[in-house]
Design a protein around this ligand. Structure first.
Ligand SMILES: [Zn+2]
Length: 264
């Protein structure tokens, strides 16, 4: 009986602990594994950081690879990044994700940021209407989410094909960019490139292009492509990394930015 009386107080404490634990578990399940999904809102700080990234004073290089995944180049890039212990960001094309989901999964599992480059990479479809533009982004997120088994995946970062800064489709791009905050998105261009998609270059030329383009800049957002459409940047990636390291750069990806919430 005495034990029972004593237990009454204990039961209250135990109940309290139990309820607290349940809330803690729910919190951890929801937030600590907070994959970037549509409901995870990006903070104003994050948007500010993305928008001003290239004017940063730190010697940091954000390697970004567009237009993949491809079976011919992306795996080679992933291998080099693994050897160098560098996390990069991939602006994937939705239809390519559907064709090679296993490569996207590998990139994601290895800590790279999977960002959105539209579903078709076709300006006629992309800028046909506001609905078409949003559809290009959401279809791509859906394909990524399927590949990496995350429901409602949202990459939050879009890159316009050919870049926002390119004069082509300028009016359309400005209009579409204004829609991005509605779907919890922002966009980013680059401030450094090796011109791997412009014309056929030797490996030395590609490396020299990167050296020239990075000259006198602090924070770099480096544009390369993980395709073989014009050049194969995987062939100069090691040398490019060595060069940037020799210039005092450290490497980060978009996960390293202050988001206002944590990722699992
Ligand atoms: Zn592209």
């Amino acid at each position: 009986m005495r034990i029972f009386l004593f237990s009454k107080k204990s039961i209250t404490i135990l109940l309290f602990i139990l309820i607290f634990t349940i809330f803690l578990i729910i919190y951890l399940l929801v937030y600590s594994k907070c994959e970037i999904n549509c409901s995870s809102e990006v903070s104003d700080d994050f948007l500010h950081n993305i928008n001003t990234l290239t004017s940063g004073k730190e010697k940091v290089a954000y390697l970004t690879f567009d237009d993949g995944p491809t079976t011919s180049v992306t795996p080679k890039i992933l291998e080099i990044l693994k050897e160098e212990n560098i996390k990069a960001s991939f602006f994937v094309i939705g239809k390519c994700v559907e064709a090679h989901p296993e490569i996207v999964k590998q990139a994601y599992d290895e800590g790279h940021y999977i960002a959105n480059h539209g579903y078709s990479h076709n300006n006629d479809i992309l800028y046909k209407s506001s609905e078409s533009f949003i559809n290009e982004i959401t279809k791509t997120d859906l394909a990524i989410g399927k590949a990496i088994s995350i429901e409602n995946y949202c990459s939050h970062i879009f890159r316009f094909p050919n870049g926002f800064m390119a004069p082509l489709y300028k009016k359309e791009k400005e209009k579409m960019a204004s829609l991005l905050p509605n779907i919890n998105y922002t966009y980013i261009d680059w401030n450094c490139l090796n011109n791997d998609s412009v014309k056929k270059c030797s490996n030395t030329e590609l490396l020299n292009n990167l050296k020239e383009s990075s000259k006198n800049k602090n924070t770099l957002v480096v544009l390369m492509h993980d395709t073989k459409d014009v050049n194969d940047s995987s062939l100069v990636l090691k040398d490019s990394i060595s060069y940037l390291k020799s210039q005092g750069y450290e490497f980060r990806n978009f996960y390293d930015l202050p988001w206002g919430h944590s990722f699992g």
